[in-house]
Design a binder for this molecule. Structure first.
Ligand SMILES: [Mn+2]
Length: 331
């Protein structure tokens, strides 16, 4: 695993880093940590983000967040290496980013902690599905490659990314390894509580209002085993928020004692396109649920996209959930 990283990084001088659409704290933190690490090694690095994907305001504190470029800015440059981070499918990168990754990068490297539907070639990928965050894998790679090239900026990015993706070290993905790495990161000159406040707790007033109204309209089915919340474009418009503002709100639903499966449906900017986030607990497998709809993820947190009118989305989810919950309760 470490050999792949060493072999790809050593000869590369000009490197492109790619995020997924609607990037979350793990994705942004990992990308900016990778950027700084490569820069510290004397390499040139560019971080790309698909057009019309802004960072959530609370994540702009990550060091070097200002260097992120929009993907249509560089169609002709050729990179020695393209690194795709935290991105379970090529579609998740967005069209423009995927185009640069596939056509303008001589070598490719995927680093991720999601289960893939179409696995990238083994020789080009480092995938650890047990890891709580992509940033957790990056720390091990960095430490192994050149520990001295890790600095405070990198520690802030990695700590924030790991804290956010593990629900501040509370999800079932939090392991001995997660906490060992977090503890090593705290030996750098960083402010742990302040980082956690920024990546996980802080909301704008608009985001608070969005959360309040969406949770107020939550619907429950099958003896409260299933909870569903819906974010419509009109909710975003009313509260001056964006789809990235939905992050974490679904957790309030799965925290309800009776709810075993929580689903957030968020309307995207295009017609009849919905981003579905899924959370579960105990033996209910969110990843299996997402796979049925062409997505993927982890046992207790996953996602997919459904491109249909809203009423059909709800119908499909309810139909599948009933059988799915019944089957899971027998296992
Ligand atoms: Mn992640």
């Amino acid at each position: 695993m470490y050999k792949i990283f060493t072999n790809k990084i050593l000869p590369a001088e000009n490197i492109a880093i790619f995020m997924h659409i609607n990037p979350d704290a793990d994705c942004i933190g990992s990308s900016l940590a990778m950027y700084k690490f490569l820069t510290n090694l004397g390499k040139s690095a560019t971080v790309f983000l698909e057009p019309e994907n802004l960072l959530r305001k609370n994540l702009e504190f990550f060091p070097n967040a200002n260097i992120i470029q929009i993907s249509n800015n560089c169609s002709k440059t050729v990179f020695d290496l393209g690194i795709c981070l935290d991105c379970a499918t090529i579609d998740r990168m967005g069209k423009k980013s995927a185009n640069i990754f596939l056509n303008n990068c001589d070598e490719k490297l995927w680093i991720d902690h999601h289960e893939y539907i179409d696995k990238p070639p083994k020789k080009d990928s480092i995938i650890e599905s047990h890891a709580g965050a992509t940033a957790q894998i990056l720390f091990k790679l960095f430490e192994n490659f050149d520990k001295l090239a890790i600095d405070n900026d990198i520690a802030i990015c990695l700590y924030g990314a790991i804290a956010a993706d593990t629900g501040v070290f509370s999800f079932s993905t939090t392991t001995n390894e997660t906490l060992t790495i977090a503890s090593k990161l705290l030996t750098y000159n960083i402010n742990g509580p302040e980082i956690i406040l920024k990546v996980y707790k802080e909301r704008t007033i608009g985001e608070f209002k969005l959360m309040a109204s969406v949770l107020n309209n939550a619907k429950f089915y099958f003896n409260n085993k299933l909870g569903i919340i819906t974010f419509k474009q009109s909710d975003f418009d009313k509260t001056s928020t964006k789809i990235t503002s939905t992050e974490g709100i679904i957790n309030s639903l799965i925290e309800i004692d009776e709810v075993m499966l929580a689903i957030a449906i968020a309307e995207e900017n295009t017609k009849d396109a919905f981003k579905i986030s899924i959370r579960s607990k105990q033996n209910i497998n969110a990843s299996e649920f997402a796979k049925y709809f062409g997505g993927g993820g982890h046992k207790h947190a996953s996602g997919c996209k459904i491109n249909k009118p809203y009423e059909q989305v709800i119908d499909n989810i309810l139909n599948y959930s009933e059988a799915f919950l019944q089957k899971s309760s027998l296992e």
